[in-house]
Design a protein. Sequence first.
Length: 284
Amino acid sequence: MRIHHLNCGTDCPLGGALFDGRSHGPLGHLVCHCLLIETEASGLVLVDTGYGLRDVAHPHRRPHPRITLPWRAMLNIRLRESETAIRQIEALGHRAGDVRHIVLTHLDFDHAGGLEDFPNATVHVMRREYDDAAGPHAGIVARNRWRPRQWDQVARWQFHSAGGEGWFGFDAVRDLPGLPPEILLVPLPGHTWGHAGVAIRQPGGRWLLHAGDAYFYRGEMREARRRCTPGLRAYQRLMEVDARARLANQARLRDLSIARRDTVTLVCAHDPVEWERCRDGYPL
């Protein structure tokens, strides 16, 4: 098993270091950290997709059309074809058809935009996440976070619910159909009700947990005291469906990142430093 760390979308929010904690200019730099997993029996497996080709080709229809001014102002999305998952996978010498499975942390527009670039893939997601995303949306956040036009042509869905043997004290979904047993879903509600992390057991026994949007900033993990930039702290509050559940799961992940530092590597979806360190082979 080999894991590639891809950035499948760049956001440059106005506020610089108030968002990413390191920029010196007025604009910050956030990523859409996705994983490409090469497996022997299941082909290529993609964890999240970031933005896709259709987002790049039609920026005023997907994902932008009903993303209101606060979202545009905060995120300042930069859509680049070279950053789409499909183009990066092709650059590695593969084809879209080689991606047989996509495992999603959730269906927000910056995580699911590339689904239709892989028409033959089976898409794995928590049942609650799909039901909420596909159903009627009440409130400005719900109406803007999910863009069904990004995935209304997906033909192969595989829905999951928590149950079975846990994972380091967390609920888990194991034995995902068609996937090796080393890949499992870890429900982490709070950002959305159907939000989940994706855990991968790597050769040698170490685990990698892609925690999606369960946290946003590197300082929220691996330290006893949580640190988060003002911009990302505010954005997490804006997007949460349940503050208590989100913060409780975040605290549990922080405890895990400290207690199991030698066993588990945690990454989130949008921190550029975490992505760069993983890309370079030196995760935090």
